[in-house]
Design a protein around this ligand. Structure first.
Ligand code: SF4
Length: 194
């Protein structure tokens, strides 16, 4: 068992904020030391908590479409790491899922990121991941719009791929025309099997 697997075993046994998790702990992450791409999301939803598979829904389908990858590539930990800011489903409130548990990232995130020596591209989904990976931007839209500055440094903010986010995509048609083709070309290079 290597360091990465040892850490994964420890993280998967975490119960640090169990008292605040309505369905209990079930850390959901995908990580292996060969991954060149990181999807830095918010926290698993209820469906992912129940199935144990992140992004196995309409948002995941759209995200895979944006990246230009199939499910085999997407769920290959040696190519793509999936590491949300909160690793367990945090429960939901009146206006949707609650924020990631605040205990999680300070305890686990740096150690998990240190297990990605081949990382070349971080995809930032959501305000909490923005605060960690691109803290100089106040809004996600500002970070997405500045893609020509962030992408050379290996970080790209994305709008939420949820089908409910259709309005943002309609209001920002440059997203599909400009950064997406560049993203797809970069992902294809990083995901190609040598
Ligand atoms: S959300 Fe994070 S800190 Fe809380 S139990 Fe899950 S892994 Fe542990």
């Amino acid at each position: 068992m290597d360091d990465c697997q040892r850490l994964l075993t420890t993280v998967r046994g975490c119960r640090l904020c169990a008292a605040n998790l309505p369905l209990g702990p079930r850390p959901l992450l995908q990580l292996a030391s060969g991954a060149g791409i990181l999807i830095a999301g918010q926290a698993p939803g209820r469906k992912a908590h129940e199935s144990g598979v992140p992004f196995d829904d309409a948002s995941g389908e759209r995200l895979r479409q944006w990246l230009g990858v199939d499910r085999t590539c997407f769920y290959d930990a040696e190519r793509i790491a999936i590491l949300p800011m909160g690793l367990c489903y945090p429960g939901s409130g009146k206006s949707g899922d609650l924020p990631p548990r605040p205990e999680c990232a300070p305890v686990w995130r740096s150690a998990l990121l240190a297990q990605l020596p081949q990382l070349h591209l971080t995809l930032v989904l959501g305000q909490y991941a923005l605060g960690w990976h691109l803290p100089r931007y106040r809004t996600l839209t500002a970070a997405v719009a500045d893609w020509q500055a962030t992408l050379p440094a290996g970080v790209l903010a994305l709008p939420h791929p949820s089908p409910r986010n259709q309005r943002w995509l309609a209001q920002h048609p440059w997203f599909a025309a400009e950064p997406l083709p560049v993203l797809q070309a970069r992902v294809a290079r990083l995901c190609s099997v040598p």
